[in-house]
Design a binder for this molecule. Sequence first.
Ligand SMILES: [Zn+2]
Length: 378
Amino acid sequence: MSITELARLPRITAGVGARERVAALAGQGGPALLVADPGLRASGIIDEVAAGLRKGGFTVALFSDFQSDPTIAQADAAAARARETQAVVVVGLGGGSALDLAKAVAAIAPAPDTAARYQLFAHPLPTKPLRKICVPTTSGTGSETTRTSILTRDDHAKIWLWGDEIKADEVVLDPELIRSLPPGMTAATGVDALVHAVEAATNRNANPAASLHAHEAIRLVARHLVAAVENPGDLEARAKLQWAAAYAGIAIDNCGTAIAHALGHAMGSLRSIHHGRAVGIAMLASLPWNVKDNAAFAACAADMGAEPSARGFVAAYEALLRASGMKLSLRQEFEGVTARQLAAQTARPENAAMRDANARAASEDDLLMLAREVLSVS
Ligand SMILES: [Zn+2]
């Protein structure tokens, strides 16, 4: 029998109004660094969370000087701010980018070095990270429950920091924070969570402990995604999708992703496309090839209320993707990109771990065929 490990889980506090607990979960007071998505400024959410922290005895320094896909320089600037203010806790508020940045900052702030020092596991992270709290305002990336932080280098390469030091101590899921997410973003982020769960449950690293979370995530997305897209104020559906994203995060934290993420990351490095849409399309295009001889897809089909077979999963997945309203054709955005380019990008070393985790081994010829399929989805 092989050895299985389910990594440490953060404490998760969830429900309408859970955001009011942020200060109590942050601790006894002291200096706090709030890393908040600048796109949230108009909503008043940043002010509300900052006011709650002050009421709880914290002095608050705000860092919002970043955009999606935060850079190493931005992580270094935020960490410098944490050191200057002697922050004892970092609160991340926003989508995956804000949470990834907050987690990285809390991990690297205890030492004077740049985030670049720790990229791709070149050096171990400082041993005593600052306390960190993740408050997601989208429901997809699962960053709130993973020990990975993705940053962008000057040469545009996406690199990761990884380790238990990166993982949140506390997660706060408040469905009211997701209610203003527009339908297109709701669909793309929800599909990202679904693809995380399916890949973690069907790849080479799948194990029963992580699959428990993956299968529940699939069930939740299948039941609630379309409701949240069609009725943004449906807090029940929003809450279920928040759990789905957190559970799917736990699944990939332990098992990683697979071929749809390898293709999706390659797509994202060739053209500007939302990550959730990229991996959603990549899964649709690769499924007919990928389900072969993989019985794990039948269990995923059952989660979606479909005939428990590979064929059942392919049909149910496509039906859900179309019902979510996601635009599937890439013809406009990927005009001028050839299948050969996409295949070559997918084969790059930074995508190797995802490609290698896939249960069905993908040869160079397979990658070319899959790239063709991706570009011809309609
Ligand atoms: Zn993803």
